[in-house]
Design a binder for this molecule. Structure first.
Ligand code: FES
Length: 289
């Protein structure tokens, strides 16, 4: 674009601009209250003027053929996007809204030493990755369903497919807990599903809990509990072959890791987890519907 003034036509250094802004923003901290108020009023007035100019500009160009596509293309530039967002010309992107939804559950994840990040948002799909203690935790599926997925569904209904991305392997066995941070249910919601003595290390059993068929598996001192329903057509996995902690659906062959519920055949689906905890000698399950 032509530069009608005497300033250099070289693109300004973004890092320098941001650095200057941060330094200027910090300046009023040393000023008295009246000076601070004056500075804030000046910024607000300049912002309001710029916002109005952008609105008028867009109003006058709205009917020009191809304007919408050109604006979207221009907004792909991070500086253009940031300035238009600051002035309310652009709505928050889906990515930002998913990020904001995730922010609502971060304190809960952090209380268990974990975190999550948005890996990708495309169309109606979002991919989320667990970090820290949540990554690799046997309760991560419950955390994903009851916490992360619900927060995104509640706040960004346009996103209908929410997938858990593979972790980075940062979670350690030391931080593993039996229950998800979202499994703080009232005591009367837990049902005894089996005793620890009933379920040997490496064993999988199908048990009935409150009229629900549950797949219960033990891996050392860790227990997993999943709804006995294949993610393909919802049929029971009871007669499926179990080899090396992987169950194969007897109907059409979908394979699932019994420790994580991950589907090895179609990674975008998984077994639905239930809450599970060990209390004394008992394994207790809280049905998640
Ligand atoms: S119902 Fe399990 S693979 Fe089809």
């Amino acid at each position: 674009m032509a530069d009608g003034g005497s300033a250099s036509t070289e693109a300004p250094d973004l890092d320098r601009l941001l650095g200057d802004l941060r330094a200027l923003e910090a300046l009023p901290e040393q000023w008295d209250e009246a000076a601070q108020s004056g500075a804030q009023a000046l910024v607000a007035a300049v912002d309001a003027l710029n916002a109005e100019a952008f609105r008028r500009l867009i109003r006058s160009l709205r009917e020009v053929p191809g304007f919408g596509a050109a604006l979207r293309e221009a907004a792909a530039d991070e500086v253009v996007y940031a300035v238009l967002r600051r002035h309310g010309i652009l709505k928050p992107s889906l990515f930002e809204r998913v990020e904001a939804a995730l922010e609502t559950v971060r304190p809960m994840l952090a209380s268990h030493g974990g975190d999550a990040e948005v890996v990708a948002v495309e169309g109606d799909s979002a991919e989320i990755r667990f970090l820290g203690a949540c990554d690799g935790c046997p309760a991560s599926q419950l955390t994903f369903y009851a916490g992360v997925k619900k927060a995104i569904q509640d706040n960004v209904p346009e996103i209908t497919k929410i997938k858990q991305a593979k972790g980075l392997g940062g979670g350690g066995a030391d931080t593993v807990k039996f229950t998800s941070p979202f499994a703080n249910y009232k005591d009367d919601e837990w049902r005894r599903a089996a005793t620890l003595a009933d379920l040997q290390d490496g064993e999988t059993r199908f048990v009935e809990v409150d009229g629900h068929s549950v797949i219960l598996s033990r891996f050392g001192d860790r227990i997993s509990a999943f709804k006995n329903a294949c993610a393909h057509m919802g049929l029971e996995l009871t007669d499926g072959d179990i080899t090396e902690a992987i169950i194969t659906c007897p109907f059409h062959g979908f394979r699932y890791a019994l420790e994580s519920g991950e589907c090895l055949t179609a990674p975008e689906v998984q077994l639905q987890p239930h809450g599970v905890r060990v209390k004394g000698h008992n394994i207790e399950v809280r049905i998640v519907t």
